[in-house]
Write a protein that binds this ligand. Sequence first.
Ligand SMILES: *[C@@H]1O[C@H](CO)[C@@H](O)[C@H](O)[C@H]1NC(C)=O
Ligand SMILES: *[C@@H]1O[C@H](CO)[C@@H](O)[C@H](O)[C@H]1NC(C)=O
Ligand SMILES: *[C@@H]1O[C@H](CO)[C@@H](O)[C@H](O)[C@H]1NC(C)=O
Ligand SMILES: *[C@@H]1O[C@H](CO)[C@@H](O)[C@H](O)[C@H]1NC(C)=O
Ligand SMILES: *[C@@H]1O[C@H](CO)[C@@H](O)[C@H](O)[C@H]1NC(C)=O
Length: 408
Amino acid sequence: MIINNLNQILLLIILLIEIGQSLAPVERSAHSSVLVDKKLFFFGGHSDHSLKKSVILDQIIYLDVSKPFNTANPPFEEISKTIPFGSSFATAFLSPQKNIIYLFGGIVKDEKRNNGVINNKTGKFYVFGGAIDPETGSQNIIILNDMNIFDTISLTWSKGSSIYAPLPRVDFTTTLLSNGIIVFIGGRETNNLVDVDINQLVLYDTTIDKWSSMMARGVILENRNAHSAVLTPDERIIIFGGCKGYNETILNQLAVLNTKTYPYEWSIPQVSALNSAPPLIYFHSATLIENYMFINFGQNYELKNPELQKPFFYILDIRNFTWVTQFEPEQPEQLPVTTNSVTPIATATITNTSLTNLTAEKSGQIGIILGAVGLSVVIITVAGFLGYKFYKKQKYNRAIPTAGEIQS
Ligand SMILES: *[C@@H]1O[C@H](CO)[C@@H](O)[C@H](O)[C@H]1NC(C)=O
Ligand SMILES: *[C@@H]1O[C@H](CO)[C@@H](O)[C@H](O)[C@H]1NC(C)=O
Ligand SMILES: *[C@@H]1O[C@H](CO)[C@@H](O)[C@H](O)[C@H]1NC(C)=O
Ligand SMILES: *[C@@H]1O[C@H](CO)[C@@H](O)[C@H](O)[C@H]1NC(C)=O
Ligand SMILES: *[C@@H]1O[C@H](CO)[C@@H](O)[C@H](O)[C@H]1NC(C)=O
């Protein structure tokens, strides 16, 4: 059944590739992003400038990162197809074997909101914690601390160990190191949503299914949540943004965790060109593209008026921690001709009806498969920032869709 649908996806791809349309995207936060070949895709998000009825976007846009551009005029394109429903706080990840982008969880309805990471060697996707809303829009949100593993080869779910698992947690980041260890950074825990100690790292070893923790050395960092993280090729984790508590400013938005030392070590880089630095934002996405860390969208939590939010776009040159406005991709290498195929994207209509049977438990996880072919992809990291922010009585309540708002 899945296979038949995949065939349909492949058919759609060719049709869609030419239909991209340049656009100036509206502001958004809590979207999902994934780098596929030389295209950086953004799925959904929450926006007070939505052109549709719902504040939860179903839009898919992308940025072609094969060519230089300036952040004043970034070449965003829109996919003519939309996600079959509005989606925010989801995780997008690319399955290496089947060249499929999965969009997992997020705010749709009765779903989990959490943060995951794909191991592109084993094809396994790991998703921990998050929250479940038993009744859409209710205040009785349950924060989770179970590790769920989705095998993109067998399309089956399983559970990870619960021994020494951390407390229920949201708004953290996950980064997978090349040795198979997932590093959990920051976020908030328990139903009281207390910021976790960012120096106390939680680790999950995917090779042996074991949890551990480690007190990082170096700088004592300010705790934060709703930040982002990327992994550099030399296995430093760069975190950016987020806030303390609900809206308290953090002084050092950028910090670096060196995972080549033991214990791991936090430091604060010397940053240049602060006049081009981002404002205080959270629920943005971060993606490493060659030597550049892209910071996209998100919300400035200092701005009380949602109308003043902008489609933020900032770029950090990680070679010398300089904020830049111009993106200069490396000269394309002389690749063997066969590997360099077009990277198209198509939306397919496989929604939870076909994927519910894949869930290990009846938790209403939602998957969509967005087909793609011809990938020769390196995902440096699925920049995770997902989770759920509990804006009781605040405007984010509007981010929780009522049944009538779900777009289809
Ligand atoms: C920060 O959040 C708290 C709790 O929601 C709220 O009472 C306060 O007004 C907020 N402050 C700012 C500056 O937005
Ligand atoms: C940062 O490094 C880039 C690439 O090496 C260089 O072009 C740029 O001038 C450097 N910027 C600063 C402020 O040193
Ligand atoms: C998901 O599946 C359930 C039951 O199979 C169905 O009631 C619901 O409408 C589906 N939701 C979406 C968004 O397709
Ligand atoms: C899902 O599983 C149930 C039994 O658990 C089966 O009856 C149903 O046909 C399956 N649905 C699909 C779409 O495979
Ligand atoms: C998997 O990711 C690593 C970097 O994390 C990259 O070097 C490697 O090429 C990727 N493999 C595939 C099949 O995408």
